[in-house]
Design a protein around this ligand. Structure first.
Ligand SMILES: Cc1cc2nc3c(=O)[nH]c(=O)nc-3n(C[C@H](O)[C@H](O)[C@H](O)COP(=O)(O)O)c2cc1C
Length: 154
């Protein structure tokens, strides 16, 4: 069944500009493999953190996540949301790059994860949904302008 996984992780690259460039490189390389695997999603950075949404069949999604866990470009990986879903939020993007986001949003999700671990009381689902919406908003305009270009050209 289709699942959606949202996580945040601490980037090991400390320089914000190099990190943003690295995110674009990771997204470009990942999109090739994800297309073969039937995965979609988006990647963003902010305040030294990565945020990523990955969508697809649970088995291949978790196999990919297992590889991600061992990647030295990030550490302190925190799963914000892992849920079954009927539709893909990022259909059409085998791995979009949402670039640099306002850091507060990712930091809040990371802090909510820490609170959940410590107290076991609160949920991070709302943070997962805010991250998804913010990441989608940062890639949608580009896709819209491509669509309008196609209309004009076609
Ligand atoms: C933040 C981050 C996001 C990544 N996203 C993906 C992804 O969506 N799909 C993917 O195949 N690899 C992704 N990777 C790369 C994997 O960690 C791994 O390097 C790659 O899949 C190659 O694995 P392999 O050398 O074991 O074949 C990501 C890495 C990082 C640091």
């Amino acid at each position: 069944m289709l699942h959606s996984l949202t996580y945040v992780s601490l980037a090991t690259q400390a320089d914000p500009d190099l990190l943003e460039r690295q995110a674009h490189e990771i997204a470009a390389a990942s999109s090739v493999r994800n297309r073969q695997d039937g995965l979609t999603g988006a990647l963003a950075v902010g305040g030294g953190w990565f945020a990523q949404v990955l969508e697809g069949p649970a088995g291949i999604l978790l196999a990919t996540f297992d590889r991600l866990l061992r990647d030295r470009r990030h550490t302190d990986i925190r799963v914000i949301e892992f849920v079954p879903t009927v539709t893909r939020g990022f259909a059409g993007w085998s791995m979009a790059c949402s670039g640099k986001m306002p850091p507060g949003l990712i930091a809040e999700a990371a802090a909510a994860y820490a609170a959940r671990e410590a107290a076991g009381l609160c949920s991070t689902a709302v943070h997962g949904q805010s991250l998804c919406r913010a990441m989608l908003a940062r890639i949608a305009p580009a896709e819209e302008s491509l669509a309008s270009l196609r209309v004009r050209v076609g």
